[in-house]
Design a binder for this molecule. Structure first.
Ligand code: MLT
Length: 408
């Protein structure tokens, strides 16, 4: 008989967002007349920008003709998109990358989960807490997390981000092999300054730590001094892989496209002490397990870097960030404490009167018909918080704030 990977059996029954969707569906079945506003999962609501739609139509037409049809593409992605990424997302910020350091994918979630394929099962893992659940669950699957004891995985190092420390993770007093950082942060919506990020890069350089840097919300940064890429920090190419996504930038949650940067100078060790380039291993992994993102999708992504595409993306981001502002002010007017929402589309709301995350979630759902995400679902330091997203339609955000005020 085939044996299962028993680490899967340690996982909670369902993934956080599936669990919430089930609870919301139950509510909808039992309360069919209630109008529920969904500000739970960070899914976008605005349609794709016209420049993207046009590029997709053109690409579909190319696929319809024998002369321009494309079959398998390069596993790493097409040059036209890689070049647009390097020029617009990196060279414009003084960061030089080679095309072979960029890997196009079907969104950041896949690669932040898959990257563990090229890393040993017994590496020590650090996560900021609260944290995007993919980092933890994928390490549980790989056997790196240990056992769940009192809400914490025994082999993970949790770096608490609390209001007391402005949600800034403090450098641990031990070394960690692999460390996940996500900035702008999901779920707290907070950011790290260049100075703070530099401390982590220096820690990684001193301790031979691999940083897995998720910058999926980079396009939402509004303030000038917040770093957009970890490679803005000197030495980061030696220690960090960066993940980016078009999902939240340009409405690609249903289209699926993102990219991962694995610098050539980034190395990790074998058990015997030999230093190996991770770029080579990741390329080998991708060529074996991935046949590339579709041509149509990559042409669509390329279009966001055209002058019209850039304008249209800017408009969408402004729309969501205006939602965030309306929500932040709305929540503050109720007397509740709220964080984030300035350089990120997430608002991290402190539950009233010491209420637990799940109780707050349920009361808002049943009494105000608003769906959020319970903070504790992102880790123990999220207890007592609820995350709201600014990705809703404007009228829903305004209505949700009215309901919240009445509920309070
Ligand atoms: C979230 O709500 O945290 C995100 O939508 C999840 C994701 O991007 O996979």
């Amino acid at each position: 008989m085939a044996l299962v990977n028993e680490h899967y059996l340690k996982l909670p029954g369902s993934y956080l967002f599936s669990d919430i969707a089930k609870k919301v569906n139950t509510f909808k079945v039992t309360h069919p007349k209630q109008d529920v506003i969904r500000l739970g999962i960070g899914d976008v609501t605005q349609p794709l920008p016209p420049a993207v739609i046009k590029a997709m139509h053109n690409a579909v037409n190319e696929m319809a003709s024998k002369e321009t049809f494309r079959g398998y593409g390069p596993e790493q992605g097409y040059d036209f998109l890689i070049e647009a990424i390097i020029k617009n997302d990196y060279a414009s910020r003084g960061i030089s990358l080679e095309p072979s350091e960029v890997f196009i994918n079907d969104g950041a979630k896949s690669d932040t989960g898959n990257i563990g394929d090229i890393l040993r099962h017994d590496n020590s893992v650090g996560v900021t807490d609260p944290v995007y659940p993919v980092y933890i669950d994928s390490n549980v699957m790989a056997g790196r997390a240990g056992d769940l004891v009192d809400g914490k995985w025994s082999n993970l190092v949790y770096i608490s981000c609390l209001s007391e420390n402005n949600f800034i993770p403090q450098i641990p007093n031990r070394r960690i092999d692999m460390l996940y950082l996500c900035y702008p942060n999901n779920p707290t919506g907070t950011t790290l300054s260049k100075e703070e990020l530099k401390k982590w890069v220096n820690y990684a350089l001193e301790n031979d730590t691999l940083i897995l840097y998720d910058a999926a919300y980079e396009a939402y940064i509004q303030e000038p001094d917040v770093p957009h890429s970890i490679y803005e920090i000197k030495g980061a190419k030696k220690v960090a892989i960066e993940f980016r996504s078009f999902s939240k930038t340009a409405g690609f949650t249903g289209v699926r496209c993102g990219y991962t940067i694995v610098p050539k100078e980034l190395k990790a060790a074998t058990l015997g002490g030999e230093r190996v380039a991770l770029n080579k291993l990741w390329n080998r992994r991708q060529c074996t397990k991935f046949n590339g993102t579709s041509y149509i999708t990559q042409r669509a992504a390329e279009a966001i870097y055209t002058p019209e595409g850039k304008e249209q993306v800017k408009e969408i981001i402004n729309y969501y960030m205006t939602n965030a502002k309306i929500m932040k002010e709305g929540i503050e007017s109720t007397g509740l404490k709220v964080y984030g929402g300035v350089n990120a589309p997430y608002l991290w709301v402190k539950a009233p009167n010491g209420m637990s995350s799940w109780k707050f979630f349920e009361q808002l759902l049943y009494e105000a018909n608003i769906v959020g995400t319970p903070g504790v679902g992102f880790g123990p330091s999220g207890e007592g918080y609820l995350r709201l997203t600014a990705f809703g339609a404007r009228e829903d955000c305004i209505e949700a704030m009215k309901r919240l005020r009445n509920w309070i």
